[in-house]
Design a protein around this ligand. Sequence first.
Ligand code: NCD
Length: 361
Amino acid sequence: MRSLIDITDFSVEELQSLMDTACHIIENPARYADACKGKKLATLFFEPSTRTRLSFEAAMLELGGSVIGFSEASSSSASKGESMADTAKILSCYADIMAIRHPKEGAPYVAAKNASIPVINAGDGGHCHPTQTLADLLTIYRENGRLSNITVGCCGDLKYGRTVHSLLAALSRYENVKVILISPEELKLPGFVRKEVLEKCGMEYVETTSLETAIPELDVLYMTRIQRERFDDPAVYERLKDSYILDTEKMKAAKETMRVLHPLPRVNEISVKVDEDPRAAYFRQALNGKYMRMALILKLLADAADGKQMTEPEDVLVDTLKCTNPRCISSTEQELPHIFKCMDRENGIYRCIYCEAKKKL
Ligand code: NCD
């Protein structure tokens, strides 16, 4: 079944078509009021969420469909030890499409492999978050008028911030996008994004620790919070939590046309005074997220009706290498096969199919 696990599951043409649908919905909401009548969305949230879960639910309700689900792991059978595969099989009996957020990287992929309905990754650990990227792309498209020929600064926790990983994977497919990666040394972008995304497609990027020096150059400033829940050592979080604070003073150095995005929630990395600046686009971005999720639900249900399937990597190793990433779904679900896809045959480089951790053969 066609699902959305990683943003690169969709082509640039498909992304554009989703944005066109979203813009059409914005202008003609009444036309879509019954588009999903009789259909059910299941929201399986094993991790906290406000915007993603509720915007999915609002999206389905505005399409005339209905919603079932849970908002914390403790209220599901996962707390009794049920596997992701079994949960996905069960939900396939009750719903037409499902959205999953999970702390383990690769959990939505496991669900998609076992479900007979489309699965949407609503965030898996520190790995990726493709539907936030849909909101981000529509925001840049509507606010800046283009997705090519732009300089985008990503600031904050680039190590654990899954929204940045997915956004960069999407932007790497547009022309002439330059990226400035602004983070403390300890929270730099992980190798699976730097090597497999930026370097593979030859995207121009710079790494820096200074927001002040980067800001004048930017068309988009993508702020993120430091991801407290993903730190093993709370003392490291305490030391890094206030690394960047965007305030009205720093905004003075930015272009008049620059836009500030943030997937939210914000902790204190953007001063509330910046909200009054017309360049602050983060609340509009949250609204765009609902429209893109409406467009996504319509697309995946239509693809399912057409019998479209997920594309799978061909060159894989099964149970030859073992993933040792403690955040990978294969670390908790003992019976899952350890599957690695080949990235570079000559040098024996493989990546875990669930979490993209690298191994050498
Ligand atoms: C993001 C997430 O969950 O990764 N939030 C969201 O979906 N809007 C960002 C975050 O939690 O920092």
